[in-house]
Design a protein around this ligand. Sequence first.
Ligand SMILES: Cc1cc2nc3c(=O)[nH]c(=O)nc-3n(C[C@H](O)[C@H](O)[C@H](O)COP(=O)(O)O)c2cc1C
Length: 375
Amino acid sequence: MSHRPPVDPTTLTQPLQFAYWVPNVSGGLVVSKIEQRTDWSYDYNKRLARLAEDNGFDYALSQVRYIASYGAAYQHESTAFSLALLLATERLKVIAAIHPGLWHPGVLAKWIATADQISEGRAAINVVSGWFKDEFTKLGEPWLEHGERYRRSEEFIRYVRELWTSDHAELSGDFYRLHDFDLKPKPVITPDRPHPEIFMGGNSTDARGMGGRVADWYFANGNTPEGISEQIRDVSDVATVHGRAVKFGVNGFLIGRDTEREAHDVLREIVDKADREAVEGFGSAVKQAGQSTGDGKGMWQDSEFADLVQYNDGFRTGLIGTPEQIATRMLDYKRRGVSLFLLGFLHYLEDVEYFGREVLPIVRELEAAELERVG
Ligand SMILES: Cc1cc2nc3c(=O)[nH]c(=O)nc-3n(C[C@H](O)[C@H](O)[C@H](O)COP(=O)(O)O)c2cc1C
């Protein structure tokens, strides 16, 4: 029997929120030669962002990748692209992915404060500790061992938050130093948040500890409901000790079709047409990057070939089927403490519209029925 963590009651009473992976990297969200009517250009992404905010999406998450790798030949830089999407939209919050090893916290805090001012409080960051060694070595930067990467990320998050919320920061750590540093203007304060929200992604014990201690949001790779419960429990235990609350988002690759069979046929075709060489290259890079975790809980450590065809284990979440099946499954995750789904799609423009038209109304109906039932 799986032990479920206690769930923050606001998670159950608030509507589920939705984010999508911004396709700012070429090749789409699956490493497959299947036709993908998704494009990484700015024009396509501008259209997509506007469509997404009209179809129930609250957030867009841009990816950071600096060099070609494993099916992603071209990449737009995350922070610049995020600002461009903020300027093209009205309500969407855009999360820029950040590598602490490649940014100084003062420079990043300043960058995001400006983006937040321009967008009237819609900027956010996703702190990623890194899996791609070549990216660091080709930039001439040291590649730290797994635990050290997380120690650096934690210091980074603490410092960025401090810079956003207080004056005259005087900070001296193992990785960064700031002397009497004053950020003016600060980011916008909105009723929803005191500063731009800080997300982070990972599965390992290091990631769970850091999430509990310093993150606003913990992003999990795709996983079964039981696997997600385990992560929520671990992160929440740490957060409780530190008198904090962390919210949870889960990655899922959504294939919604009118029949279950059609949806599963699409999944089969994605996997059958996988770019084998790229998937295997990606698989060995990410497994190597997490090896030093020792306890085998790192992201991708137990991923199979088919899981790795979607970079972030998105098939495992099982959002594949009819709108009814997908909505029902989403509610199961919600009951376990998930507040946000981070979604990827095959043909973004078409699939985002299908989500808004067919899936979202059922999610809202089920949520209303559930609220009525529990009073
Ligand atoms: C939702 C999510 C988004 C991520 N985005 C990126 C990204 O844009 N670029 C990147 O290099 N890594 C990204 N990562 C990977 C993390 O940097 C990290 O390597 C990974 O989570 C491994 O963590 P673990 O070893 O703690 O399990 C992301 C992870 C998650 C869960």
